[in-house]
Design a protein. Structure first.
Length: 260
């Protein structure tokens, strides 16, 4: 009973951070929508409207370049995903717990990628997508499944584990290192008379530490997670080494190896 209560208490800071992140995103999107409606048709946008439109267009171009024109409609999801990850990774700067420092959060995001892989694979390859999970023989030019291929199953499950643990490991490690550093400097300064009540070294080193672990690494990990999701979905809609347009997918596989 005590351990269960302790576990629930430990999750509360991340729950608060998730709520704050969602409120910030909702506020930004609502503000953008309201301001956009007030702009006349013959007037160029400016301010937050222009910034958001440039941001959305950047994500849309990534979706079209990696996933193709037919999946351009997934742009809103990737706009939300990238925005959520950036805010979750950098919110530690203001003293809140990073939501992505919780394995539950990163596994949930990875599960969305995992389910999306099957949906897109079945959408583009139909039932032939399932042949990747079996050993097949060719009969009259068609692949006939003989038995289950465990390597094919592992090949699909591995990205879920790697993409989730990569994001969680980087954010959690950064938070842990920063926390240990501040505790160490606090213990050192507590031994100094008078000025020991203030952790001067911790205060002076806080900006570069948070700038590196929260801001720089947080933005990089958000981009990597988003790009990997796009690339995995691109490979899911392909058949063999070619996409639905018959174009080779060497660039997609190279991207996976590079980002991984």
């Amino acid at each position: 009973m005590i351990s269960a209560s302790s576990g629930l208490f430990q999750l509360r800071p991340q729950i608060v951070s998730i709520a704050v992140v969602l409120i910030i995103l909702a506020t930004l999107f609502i503000t953008y929508y309201v301001k956009l409606k007030k702009i006349p048709v013959n007037q160029a946008p400016g301010g937050i409207v222009l910034i958001v439109q440039i941001y959305v267009e950047y994500i849309r171009n990534l979706v079209v370049d990696i996933l193709g024109k037919r999946l351009e409609k997934l742009t809103p999801y990737f706009v939300f995903l990238f925005s959520y990850l950036i805010l979750s990774n950098v919110i530690g700067i203001v003293g809140l717990e990073n939501p992505t420092a919780s394995l539950t959060v990163t596994l949930t995001l990875g599960l969305v990628m995992f389910i999306g892989t099957f949906v897109i694979g079945l959408r583009f390859q139909k039932l032939s997508y399932l042949t990747r999970f079996t050993f097949n023989i060719q009969v009259n030019g068609k692949h006939v499944p003989v038995m289950i291929n465990p390597l094919g199953i592992i090949e699909v499950i591995a990205p879920l584990i790697s993409i989730s643990f990569r994001l969680w490991g980087n954010i959690f490690a950064g938070s842990l290192i920063a926390t240990l550093w501040f505790y160490l400097t606090a213990d050192i300064f507590h031994a100094i008379p008078v000025i020991g009540v203030i952790n001067l070294l911790g205060g002076l080193t806080a900006p570069p530490i948070h700038g590196y672990f929260d801001l720089l690494c947080g933005c990089i990990q958000a981009l990597v997670f988003t790009l990997l999701t796009m690339v995995y979905w691109t490979l899911a809609k392909s058949h063999g080494n070619y996409d639905e347009n018959g174009q080779p997918l060497h660039h997609a596989k190279k991207s996976v190896n590079t980002l991984a």
